[in-house]
Design a protein around this ligand. Structure first.
Ligand code: SF4
Ligand code: SF4
Length: 84
């Protein structure tokens, strides 16, 4: 049970944060990431992207542009928002 709950949490690399609660499982980020950072959770009602290999992220932000559901934010932008 703990493992299922943890899959719903935000995950991050050094450059981006993935909010799985907003994810619509379109897999655009999985397809666009040149570093294979993302994986898929696709089990019954649990369908969302996940960050499998955060250490591979190089900060290109292609995933951020590809996500039309605002499920991915840049760390910089997130910090800006928090400091408002
Ligand atoms: S910032 Fe670039 S390398 Fe990092 S997860 Fe997004 S697409 Fe992949
Ligand atoms: S592009 Fe956005 S909505 Fe689509 S799978 Fe990735 S995080 Fe989810």
């Amino acid at each position: 049970m703990k493992k299922l709950i943890s899959l719903q949490h935000q995950a991050e690399t050094s450059y981006i944060i993935l909010n799985t609660g907003r994810c619509k499982a379109c897999w655009a980020c999985v397809d666009v990431c040149p570093q294979h950072v993302f994986g898929k959770v696709d089990f019954l009602f649990h369908r969302h992207a996940r960050i499998d290999q955060p250490e591979n992220c190089q900060g290109c932000l292609l995933c951020l542009d590809a996500c039309s559901h605002q499920a991915i934010l840049s760390i910089e932008k997130t910090h800006d928002n928090i400091s408002l």
